[in-house]
Design a protein around this ligand. Sequence first.
Ligand code: ZN
Length: 181
Amino acid sequence: MSKRGFKILTYPNKFLHRVAQEVVDISDDLVKKVDRMWTTMYKNRGIGLAAPQVGLDMRLVVIDVGPKVSKDEGKLQNPFNKVVMINPVIKAASEELYEYEEGCLSVPGIQVCVERPEEVTVKFFDLSLKEHEITASGILAVCMQHEIDHLDGVLMIDHLPIREREMAIEEILDYKEKHRK
Ligand code: ZN
């Protein structure tokens, strides 16, 4: 895995609010970028990362909702859940909703409860441009929806009622002010 991670863009960076472009072909350069995305995600103890979060204008996400990788890397990872999704599309979503307290590497300092469909079916391509369709619930469903939102320029705070959203934004800016490097 690449040692060099990307810098993560954080709210209120405008790049996070753009609709990302579809990936049209898989180059060596793209494979390297995916590798750096994994590095970035694990370094920051995330379970998912979308390309726009690291300044890449492409519809691509990486997800690993398995046990988080710590220093004795690799062994703790759940390879079944580790997935690269290219041009992912939500094909079906359950009417039943599920509330989960979400965090986001681009929205530092806060966690917010977001209600989303409990089960979703997502179609996507892998790095060999092979098509997949998976139906998931629980944390994987939450994570896929959260990351696909990023590709459409939507952040978790955008799901909150206006007043709560304003309060969340104050908290983020406060946190960023205190943790300025
Ligand atoms: Zn996020």
